[in-house]
Ligand binder design. Structure first.
Ligand code: ADP
Length: 188
């Protein structure tokens, strides 16, 4: 069985932890565009050098570049066989359309797009209690604001496609994980 998922969640929603649980449950490839870009930066590739500037300035890497990276990654055996959970992609409307088009050309669709939902005041409190150097009140507010601006329209798009599944992200890691897996199983 091939499982094709996208996961959305605000920073502090526990997306990283839950991606690990999804990977362990379904054996899918975890495809994080942020991780792939950081790897390209570390390797000093031409694409990495360009991406670094954009990432450092807090912007988004161009849709064409990102779409190309993800399309290539999806053809690798660990993703094309068992499937994948996409994390950090798609992040714009053109990316969402490119992803669906890419899958459609192989006669596939997504099984589900998960919105790991944790209220704003809760993620704010979680980030503040992490005490990370880049978690100043201002930086937290900025990142959460960008999430609303950039990501909300993509969630609405997937909702229109009938793919969006919202999962309550409040509770212990185990509680959230069983809720999440149950919600995914309903869509397989
Ligand atoms: P964060 O959740 O803090 O934004 P990520 O690891 O997902 O962290 O991404 C880090 C950076 O990589 C982003 O700020 C952006 O510059 C770039 N990036 C990641 N994914 C995408 C994407 N799908 N489209 C454009 N840029 C992206």
């Amino acid at each position: 069985m091939t499982v094709r998922l996208v996961i959305f969640g605000r920073q502090g929603a526990g997306k990283g932890t839950q991606c690990v649980n999804i990977v362990n449950t379904y054996g899918v490839a975890h495809i994080s565009t942020g991780d792939m870009l950081r790897a390209a930066v570390a390797a000093g590739t031409e694409m990495g050098l360009k991406a670094k500037e954009v990432m450092d300035s807090g912007g988004l890497v161009g849709d064409d570049i990102i779409n190309g990276i993800v399309a290539d990654r999806l053809t690798e055996p660990d993703a094309s066989g068992p499937g994948f959970v996409l994390d950090g992609y798609p992040r714009t409307q053109p990316q969402a359309e490119a992803l669906l088009e890419n899958l459609r050309s192989d006669d596939y669709s997504l099984d589900a797009v998960i919105n790991l939902n944790v209220p704003l005041d809760e993620v704010t409190a979680r980030m503040k209690s992490r005490g990370r150097a880049d978690d100043t009140d201002e930086a937290i507010a900025r990142r959460l604001e960008l999430y609303e601006q950039e990501t909300r329209p993509v969630l609405d798009f997937f909702e229109e496609q009938g793919l969006l599944v919202t999962v309550d992200g409040l509770g212990s890691e185990e509680e959230v994980s069983s809720r999440l897996i149950a919600a995914i199983n309903e869509h397989l």
